[in-house]
Design a protein around this ligand. Sequence first.
Ligand code: ADP
Ligand code: MG
Length: 266
Amino acid sequence: METTLLLKAYLKRLRLPTIARDFEKLGTEAARTNLPYERYLLTLLEQEVLQREQNTLRLRIKAAGFPVLKTLETFDFTATTTLSKPEVLRLTQGEWVDRAHNVIAAGNPGTGKTHLAIALSIAACRRGHRVRFFTAASLVTALSEAQAAHRLSTLQKKLDRTDLVVVDEVGFVALPKEGPQLLFDFFARRYERRSVLVTTNLQFGRWPEVLGGDEMMTGAMLDRLTHHCTVLTLNGESYRFRQSQKATLPGAPTGQSSIGAEPVTA
Ligand code: ADP
Ligand code: MG
């Protein structure tokens, strides 16, 4: 009894909560099965380490601020013909983040760009990387508010410590007038130092016109972004649209739309 109490006190002091929770149950089991002492200790330590890793991952995913959680397990690669599955699987290994390379997911609305960005980011979290998720608009707001409050360099330093920043929906909504310059500085600062994952519905040729800012600046931004970069193209009909068509037309052939859109080969 005293041994148990002392063990609990020491485990608490050493901050080993999983071992504190399991050692008695496992001890009874070990005695029953004649498990060697070392194996008993090993099992307890493994459980503690595993639990810590899971906690860290959970915190990392929370800190990333994803709008929803998506993984590749639920991603249907047959929905888009322009995306290479082996390429995406290679990106889940996270080597591109180690090398401060970039990914751009480009394509029409509803084709899974954000889904893919979140799935790749969660894969990066699993590999121990720190991630932050922004939309282009929320990033510009954060930078511009920090600038107004004379805290820009604090925010920049914080982002410097983030291995991967997702900038979702570039070109989706018009940015405020200081937007292009702030985005340009942001990308320039990360160039060859830290990774970005950009999603966009814009063809590169339209970035200057849609983002605003001058052509030279946008050109220089694209140049940096695309230098060490994997471009994933997601084209085709909106997955959302296809799902809603399937839901509203239970009797219709798969993917057949009622409003005259092209039939979809699923
Ligand atoms: P985008 O960012 O390109 O506009 P999203 O990633 O937001 O598109 O996708 C819209 C919805 O459709 C989401 O719920 C997403 O999970 C789903 N979706 C899109 N493409 C796929 C796909 N290929 N497989 C599974 N779900 C998909
Ligand atoms: Mg999106």
